[in-house]
Design a protein. Structure first.
Lengths: 303, 137
């Protein structure tokens, strides 16, 4: 990294190829950055100004030089990459938004290799000399590592997105609805795992406090399958609601699910169940002394 | 039967949980932590009061309790069972959502206890039950 432009030819010959590559990257950083700015990857990400692209290219080249100087050409965890990981991640994400998949991105990063190797070959009086070949090989390895780093950054960015969306799904998929005075319902949709049942339980209990609910209805019409684990989650939620002083009703048990529950030998004896949400609401209303009756003919006629 | 004056930390030696009588109902408000000695004292206080007065219901307000462990769970169940023997019904009122979740995760669902959202609801529950009992011959 400390190698200056004034290194004499004899000294350079003594150095291992990685050091030579590092020195070359430092020396030609500006030219490399200029050429990269015209490459597809940089050109499409930095559409506003070319200077920005050149600046990004410069920092990438500097990082590569640092990695080469440390002699860790094929180590994607080399500390030199840490500086550019963020930038590469942004570039990869920006490409991703434009609809480029991982393969396309890999090709674009691979395209960065050509201009650099051309420059490196031009450094040597005889490009076919064994020494020149070794340097080009070292640079190729380094560029391959860069490609890996970019892909790895893309994948981890994808994982972040998945984690965030999973969280959003948890929040969105569990609305608590007030059906009547002091009656709340949660329509459960999708598979009920322990993380989701925790969210359901928390939001249901909070709603019981907020609405001063006496009855809580868990509607499982949208739950595709009920196994012993799901049943356990349901029973926990029912027990927690009871501790809060609310009566919990599980509704929307489809015939097939009722069969499964029976066949699995799950005992839902402690849980109040109804076939449909309407039945559960009717039960909750009747317990509160509320009756829904059709309007009398005379009243209907008067309207 | 009330604690020492001032707002010192609960659960100090000699501190007892106040048991208030409201008509036919005893109201017990728990706050903070309940230690072994206090729990024993409380159980005794409540059963004594039920035996000597003609109360028909006990409301235990735990809205000021952050942590309910297996010990407190057992104490509450024992109080309810003891009151039941003396023909008084016990209602646990005001449990916080976080406490309810913790209890359920611990497997303590307190099956023998009646529960209510808050003290008001607990009173309603007890008086409504009474009326029913009176109505039936």
């Amino acid at each position: 990294m400390q190698v200056s432009v004034s290194v004499s030819e004899e000294n350079a010959e003594q150095e291992p190829p990685a050091q030579q590559v590092s020195a070359f990257l430092e020396r030609r950083r500006e030219q490399i950055a200029q050429r990269w700015a015209d490459a597809a990857l940089f050109r499409t990400v930095f559409t506003v100004s070319r200077d920005e692209a050149v600046e990004a290219g410069r920092s990438v080249a500097a990082a590569l030089a640092a990695v080469a100087a440390a002699g860790r050409l094929d180590d994607i965890r080399a500390s030199g990459f840490a500086a550019v990981r963020d930038q590469l991640g942004r570039m990869a994400a920006s490409r991703g938004r434009m609809g480029i998949d991982a393969d396309g991105l890999a090709d674009e990063v691979a395209a960065l290799r050509e201009p650099v190797t051309d420059l490196l070959r031009a450094e040597f009086p005889d490009p076919c000399a064994p020494e020149a070949q070794e340097c080009v090989l070292a640079l190729t390895v380094l560029m391959g590592t860069l490609r890996l780093v970019v892909l790895e950054t893309t994948v981890s960015a994808g994982e972040e997105v998945i984690a965030r969306q999973r969280e959003q799904l948890h929040e969105v998929a569990t609305p608590v609805i007030k059906l009547w005075e002091s009656t709340v319902a949660v329509p459960l949709i999708g598979t009920l795992d322990s993380a989701r049942s925790q969210v359901v339980m928390e939001s249901l209990l909070d709603a019981i406090v907020a609405e001063r609910a006496r009855f809580a209805i868990l509607d499982i019409t949208g739950v595709p399958t009920v196994d012993s684990l799901v049943a356990q989650h349901l029973m926990k939620t029912v027990a927690a609601a009871r501790l809060m002083g609310a009566e919990c009703i599980v509704s929307g048990i489809r015939p097939a699910i009722a069969q499964t529950i029976v066949q699995l030998g799950i005992d839902l004896g402690t849980v109040l169940t109804r076939a449909s949400l309407a039945d559960a609401l009717a039960y909750a209303l009747s317990r509160q002394g509320v009756e829904i009756a059709p309007l009398r003919a005379a009243d209907a006629g008067a309207r | 039967m009330t604690g020492p004056s001032g707002n010192g930390p609960f659960g100090g030696p000699g501190f007892t949980v106040p048991v208030l009588r409201l008509g036919d109902i005893l109201l017990v408000t728990l706050q903070g932590e309940l230690h072994d000695g206090m729990a024993e004292q409380l159980q005794q206080d409540i059963t004594d009061r039920i035996a000597h007065t003609r109360v028909t219901g006990v409301v235990i307000d735990i809205s000021g309790v952050d942590i309910v462990d297996s010990f407190l769970g057992r104490v509450l169940a024992e109080i309810a069972a003891g009151a039941g023997l003396l023909a008084a019904r016990t209602v646990l009122a005001g449990m916080r959502p976080a406490v309810a979740i913790t209890l359920v995760e611990l497997g303590l669902t307190l099956p023998g206890l009646r529960t209510a959202l808050d003290v008001e609801r607990a009173m309603e529950l007890l008086t409504a039950g009474e009326r029913q009992a009176e109505g039936s011959p």
